[in-house]
Design a protein around this ligand. Structure first.
Ligand SMILES: [Zn+2]
Length: 464
């Protein structure tokens, strides 16, 4: 029975979906003006595992992760680069996908973009004005009236009066009624992107986008909302105020927040110059090592990044792959059917997705495998190796060939581009029912050590 730690109640709760057998999941995604750093990798990998595990439990999961493609930082960066905003955001969306693919993170079912959701955003702001939760300020911007939403602060546990007092001393914004009020729609400067609205010509504030996009994609109520701990306040607090204000119902049943990433035990920040991009790490380490490193801690704990930690993850994976080398896997073996290890793996994952504990169960399987190898008990060797591969699938680990991993297979750009081209050519051939060509492309991919997985939405690939 899956239990999830709900940040709203600060308790582990039995997971019960709104609709039996279905899970609706929304995660706050990236603001696309730069390369993904290790903090982004953490969010992507954690919710990838959450999705895999829910699906392995038979749930039909709809996973939405938004893309913020308009905001102050994007505008500033485009200006600095002398680049068109759309070109900049498209470039970094492609870079984000590149990193996600490298990390073996499956694409969410939808990745709604703010600039494609303006109609829904405007509609929601109109509703908030109609229901008395928003107002037009002196300068024409639209603000959310925090004092109208009685339970403001319930997620983060912040005290409104304290917040107000602190804000008064730090902000001297005269345009809003209350220092806690936050912007829903703001005027754009002449050179900035802007949309017509019932109010001033402008663009949405940040918080409203997630309320509008989650409603658009999942409806007014959904099961799980995820994101980094840093988003809990004010972003998620504001999302609740908006969605609940507009719809009159609680939008989310379970709030999941992952902990911060620290670098050498210091806070990660660009200003400290210690933020690592995924791209930099991938130059030195196989992507699976990053995944292992991320999953070897509980998702709610802080994660400390250091080369030493990554080297440890590399050593651990090397032990697995060395044990798995040259063993033919029996595909019918499913971790769920294993009474001893499988049950404990499930218990770990059912306990708020405790991947660190799940990995320790896998380490025990590996030790058993080593023992079987010493004793040369062939059937046992195949069984345990297959069990490892099967459990590893949930975590997105141990899915490449031992040879690839052990021979330092860092996927390079040229190989990746070639794979993509072959997959695209194959998809076109399949559409045209040119099976001979499609098979040729597949064979060429197999030659390159790539296995294709066709879903009804897309073709995924992985190393053998
Ligand atoms: Zn968000």
């Amino acid at each position: 029975m899956l239990h999830i730690h709900n940040s709203m109640t600060k308790k582990k709760e039995l997971f019960t979906p709104i609709e039996a057998g279905k899970v609706k999941l929304y995660v706050c995604g990236m603001t696309v003006y730069d390369l993904c750093h290790v903090g982004h990798a953490r969010v992507m990998v954690i919710f990838d595992v959450v999705t895999h595990y829910l699906r392995a439990n038979g749930y039909e999961v709809t996973y939405i992760r938004n893309i913020t493609d308009i905001d102050d930082k994007i505008i500033a960066r485009a200006h600095k680069n002398g680049e068109n905003i759309k070109e900049l955001t498209e470039r970094f969306i492609a870079e984000m996908h590149h990193d996600a693919d490298a990390l073996g993170v499956l694409r969410p079912d939808k990745e709604p973009q703010v600039t494609e959701s303006i109609v829904e955003i405007i509609r929601m702001i109109e509703t908030l004005i109609d229901r008395g939760y928003a107002y037009t300020s002196k300068n024409g911007d639209i603000y959310y009236d925090v004092s109208a939403f009685e339970s403001y602060g319930k997620l983060s546990g912040r005290n409104i009066d304290e917040l107000r007092k602190n804000k008064f001393t730090t902000t001297l914004d005269q345009t809003k009624d209350d220092p806690l009020d936050f912007v829903l729609w703001k005027a754009a400067k002449p050179e900035e992107p802007a949309w017509n609205s019932p109010w001033i010509r402008g663009r949405p504030g940040w918080h409203i986008e997630c309320s509008a996009m989650s409603t658009k994609s999942l409806g007014q109520r959904f099961d799980i909302h995820g994101g980094g701990q840093d988003l809990q306040f004010p972003h998620h607090e504001n999302e609740i105020a908006q969605s609940e204000g507009a719809h009159g119902c609680q939008p989310v049943n379970y709030w999941m927040h992952n902990g911060f990433v620290r670098i050498n035990n210091e806070k990660m920040s660009k200003s400290l110059g210690n933020s690592f991009t995924v791209r930099e790490i991938l130059k030195k380490y196989d992507p699976e090592i990053i995944r292992y490193f991320i999953l070897n801690s509980r998702y709610r704990s802080p994660l400390n990044y250091s080369n030493q930690q990554l080297d440890q993850a590399k050593n651990a994976l090397t032990r697995y792959y060395t044990a798995l080398r040259d063993i033919e896997i029996a595909p019918n073996i499913d971790w769920k059917n294993d009474i001893y290890f499988g049950t404990r793996f499930k218990m770990a994952m059912d306990d708020d997705f405790n991947t660190a504990l799940a990995l320790s169960v896998m380490a025990e399987i590996r030790l058993e495998l080593n023992k079987a190898q010493r004793n040369k008990t062939q059937a046992r060797i195949i069984y345990l190796a297959s069990l490892l591969r099967s459990a590893g699938k949930i975590l997105g680990l141990l899915q490449q060939s031992a040879k690839n991993f052990l021979m330092g297979n860092i996927i390079n750009n040229n190989k990746r581009t070639k794979i993509k081209t072959l997959i695209e050519t194959r998809n076109i051939a399949r559409k045209q029912r040119d099976w001979v060509k499609a098979d040729q492309m597949r064979d060429e991919l197999i030659e390159m050590g790539v296995v294709l997985e066709d879903t009804n939405k897309q073709t995924n690939w992985r190393n053998v």
